[in-house]
Design a protein around this ligand. Structure first.
Ligand code: ZN
Length: 177
């Protein structure tokens, strides 16, 4: 049975550590970690979660975009495990949009990201996948890809003035004064 994992909060060294390459995606320990991450990200209403966020320093994350209370505009997709992911190319064009992080509760930031990217990863069955993503999906991938390299979104904001509390973020989003 998959278990809900504790989510590492900013300050935990595991979030600042580069994740090790997964040697064998079919390893039962990797498969059960993926199952745990799937229930953990769903429970937290996240659109993605990286292994270091559940205290496993590995190059692996889940992308599970779907509309939810934290991201009402997110596109719907099957939750997907991405193992040993690589960024193959990035568009010169960047876009700034709001991000939050399960490891940094209560904070949102305006983060510049490449608008389009090409990626390669291994599926949980060990198959090589190559995809192109744009907009929200490209943003989620880049956010999670940072996690497996020991980075978080607050490292990417251009100014501390681009950080706001979640309460103020929802005020901005709904256009109230
Ligand atoms: Zn995050």
């Amino acid at each position: 049975m998959p278990i809900l994992r504790q989510i590492a909060q900013l300050g935990q060294p595991v979030l600042r550590t580069v994740g090790a390459t997964v040697v064998d995606p079919r390893d039962p320990a990797v498969q059960s970690l993926i199952d745990d991450m799937l229930v953990t990200v769903a429970d937290a209403n996240g659109v993605g979660i990286a292994a270091p966020q559940v205290f496993e320093s590995l190059s692996l994350f889940i992308v599970s975009s779907h509309p939810n209370p934290r991201y009402p505009q997110a596109p719907e997709m099957e939750p997907t495990a991405m193992i040993n992911p690589e960024l193959l190319w990035t568009s010169d064009e960047k876009e700034r949009a709001w991000e939050g992080c399960l490891s940094i509760p209560g904070l949102r930031g305006l983060v510049p990201r490449h608008r389009r990217i090409g990626v390669r990863y291994l599926s949980r069955a060990g198959e090589v996948r190559e995809e192109e993503y744009e907009d929200f999906m490209a943003r989620v991938f880049q956010h999670e890809f940072d996690h497996i390299r020991g980075m978080v979104f607050i490292d990417r904001v251009e100014s501390s003035l681009d950080l706001v509390t979640e309460k103020e973020y929802f005020r901005i989003l709904h256009g109230s004064p």
